[in-house]
Design a protein around this ligand. Structure first.
Ligand code: NAD
Length: 284
């Protein structure tokens, strides 16, 4: 099960970086998107990124020419997947759209191709009925920004074959990524679950008057050597995003999550974190 050609479906925040990372690592890669302006922008973005690598002395002009020759933007999904050994789906987080994409990929990709989803919320078993061979279906979850972050979580479903997992592990290693195997499907995978647990505890400690925001962050940066404390990180990822996660959880479970009221208050006040100038910290 050797992977040589890669297709990425969806050229947004994640898809373009996953695709360029594969091209940099030596794979013939095609990326596609339904929106023409996105397809054009992907090409421009990749050119600018690679020019930046030359300017910083990280790549030679010759290396960049080789990468560009391996990196193509395809007009359609059919064109992108027709000779791919691995297809990574990275379209918007909508189940109906992703299911349609998997049906299309399964129809046009070669028989032995491995199909994966980059979804943060949907396990690959969501798409079992959309593909011909579920033994070649899995999650490959890159972290954002995908060109920089090392960990790729490889999550198998009940039908994923060992051969598929091994091929994906090898692919990640060749991409200079660190594969983390998730042997059974679980909501939130590993990185997000651990981060969530830290955030929950950080919120509990402040909400109940045990500690200040600043001291919780200090405990993590100076006591655990984390590069950033949880409150600063929540400011960076966005108070609105953190609120959305809790609102979804509240709707799903009927139990109010830790920090719900505080996040709601901040969102109502427009305190969305670093991007709005104020969150837990003041950036103005
Ligand atoms: N953004 C993150 O931090 C992050 C991190 C890890 C995983 N993910 C996952 O990656 C996936 C993509 O997220 P994103 O942040 O890149 O989204 P995004 O909105 O930036 O990009 C999604 C792209 O998919 C395109 N698209 C929609 N329907 C399509 C179709 N039928 N065919 C081809 N392209 C189509 C859209 O035009 C858009 O450009 C999601 O499943 C998300 O859960 C996101």
């Amino acid at each position: 099960m050797e992977i040589r050609k890669v297709a990425v479906i969806g050229g947004g925040t994640m898809g373009r970086q996953i695709a360029l990372n594969a091209a940099i690592s030596g794979y013939d890669t095609k990326v596609t998107d339904t929106i023409p302006a996105v397809r054009e922008n992907v090409k421009k973005w990749a050119d600018e990124y690679l020019a930046g690598r030359i300017a910083k002395g990280r790549m030679t002009a010759e290396q960049v020419e080789e990468i560009k020759a391996r990196f193509a933007v395809a007009e359609t999904t059919q064109e992108a997947v027709k000779d791919a050994d691995l297809v990574i789906e990275a379209v918007i987080e909508r189940e109906d759209i992703k299911k349609e994409v998997f049906r299309e990929i399964s129809r046009f990709a070669p028989e032995g191709a491995i199909l994966t989803t980059n979804s943060s919320r949907m396990p690959s078993s969501t798409f079992i009925d959309c593909v011909k061979d579920p033994s070649r279906l899995a999650n490959t979850h890159y972290n954002n920004p995908a060109l920089v972050m090392k960990v790729v979580e490889i999550e198998q479903n009940e039908k994923t074959s060992e051969e598929t997992v091994q091929a994906l592990v090898d692919f990640c290693v060749k991409n200079k990524k660190t594969p983390v195997r998730v042997r059974k499907e679980i909501d939130g995978l590993v990185v997000s679950r651990i981060l969530h647990a830290i955030n929950e505890e950080a919120l509990f400690l402040v909400e109940n008057g045990y500690c200040s925001i600043e001291d919780v962050d200090k405990a993590c940066t100076e006591g655990l050597n984390h590069p950033m404390g949880p409150y600063r990180l929540m400011d960076l990822t966005g108070i609105d995003l953190n609120f959305d996660i809790r609102r979804n959880e509240y709707e799903r479970t009927g139990k109010k999550p830790t920090g719900y009221d505080l996040f709601k208050k901040y969102v109502d006040e427009g305190r969305l974190g670093k991007k709005s100038g104020k969150g837990f910290y003041d950036y103005t």
